[in-house]
Design a protein around this ligand. Structure first.
Ligand code: NAD
Ligand code: MLT
Length: 312
């Protein structure tokens, strides 16, 4: 029996090699489908592999009569209707560990770009403007970094920030004082952390409990001149509230890798000089993309061949 696997977001070619090499698997890569075209095409496929761009909706799942498994080459599964998948007996696997380092490194790059105005100064220089006065930054040393969500990526960011000699405090519902002490960081309630931090970085999943976790109320409690970083998911920060907080001067700057709606070509936050941004590149390294694609490919092969998945 041959199983048919559809890949609808760009995945590492090396990473999907295990699927191509499997004797009983036929792989189709089509990353240009509209949602309507995908709903027509999905019938007949046994597995679907995605990154964050393909929206695996209830409507799509209802058309996927043969679908047995959805593989998410990455961490966040907020683009997949898990309830609908479960109702249809489709399992969902992801690759929770493969891009942790890359996402943490990107977060640190964003914090440093933000604190030293590197993208703005680069752009000015490219436009023949030599201006040292305008791009004076702030040091990270002795500043307090507030980490909201101390899971895999949040923890790696905390360790790296300590390397920059920042004071780190974190809020996570599962964080104990003992664990924080062991990591050499502080911990507090959500309010305590956002009140004390000079830089705030969010690393929670996007769920109904974390949607607009950083909203107008939260901004009001923060220090004046705070810096905000989001390399987790658009929607954790209320973009309208962030815009207002930057314009009012409450927030000194923001570094954003993720947005409430992706992809886009125009965004009013990007018109603000205090905002540095990347187009969802947190996990976009050669290493991470290869690992996450290999991890989900192997799980898909296991599952289609009747073996238990590992969700490594
Ligand atoms: P994780 O599950 O290891 O960590 C998430 C942490 O958030 C957990 O410790 C959890 O207890 C905590 N949390 C849950 N609700 C919370 C709340 N209300 N307040 C504070 N903390 C809360 O996940 P991870 O691997 O660290 O990834 C985190 C998120 O980062 C992913 O869900 C994904 O959306 C995003 N991500 C983005 C990129 C990117 O390319 N920008 C790359 C990888 C992951
Ligand atoms: C993730 O959740 O893993 C990230 O969004 C990375 C990605 O798949 O682009």
């Amino acid at each position: 029996m041959t199983f048919h696997v559809l890949i609808t977001d760009p995945l590492s070619e090396e990473g999907i090699q295990p699927l191509r090499e499997a004797k009983n698997i036929h792989v189709v890569v089509d990353t240009e489908l509209t949602p309507e075209q995908l709903e027509e095409k999905i019938v007949g496929f046994d597995a679907l592999l995605v990154r964050s761009q393909t929206q695996v909706t209830r409507s799509l799942i209802s058309k996927a009569k043969n679908l047995k498994i959805i593989g998410r080459a990455g961490v966040g599964v907020d683009n997949i209707d898990l309830e609908a998948a479960t109702e249809h007996g489709i399992i969902v696997v992801n690759a929770p560990n493969g891009n942790t380092n890359s996402a943490a490194e990107h977060t640190m790059a964003m914090i440093m770009a933000l604190s030293r105005n590197i993208p703005q100064a680069y752009l000015a220089l490219k436009n023949h403007e030599w201006n040292r006065k305008k791009y004076v930054g702030v040091e990270l040393k002795d500043k307090t970094l507030g980490v909201i969500g101390l899971g895999r990526i949040g923890s790696e960011v905390a360790y790296r920030a300590k390397g920059q000699r920042m004071n780190v405090i974190a809020y996570d519902p599962f964080l104990t004082k003992e664990k924080a002490e062991k990591m050499g960081i502080g911990c507090g309630t959500f309010e305590e952390v956002i009140q004390q931090a000079d830089f705030i970085t969010v690393h929670t999943p996007l769920m109904k409990e974390t949607r607009h976790l950083i909203n107008a109320d939260a901004f009001a409690k923060m220090k004046d001149g705070v810096y905000i970083v989001n390399c987790a998911r658009g929607g954790i920060i209320d973009e309208d509230a962030l815009y207002d907080a930057i314009v009012s001067g409450k927030v000194a700057g923001a570094a954003l890798d993720v947005f409430e709606e992706e992809p886009f070509h125009e965004h009013r936050l990007l018109e603000l000089p205090q905002v540095v941004a990347t187009p969802h590149l947190g996990a976009s390294t050669v290493e991470a993309q290869e690992i996450v694609a290999i991890d989900v490919s192997r799980d898909v092969i296991r599952y289609l061949n009747g073996e238990p998945v590992k969700n490594p």
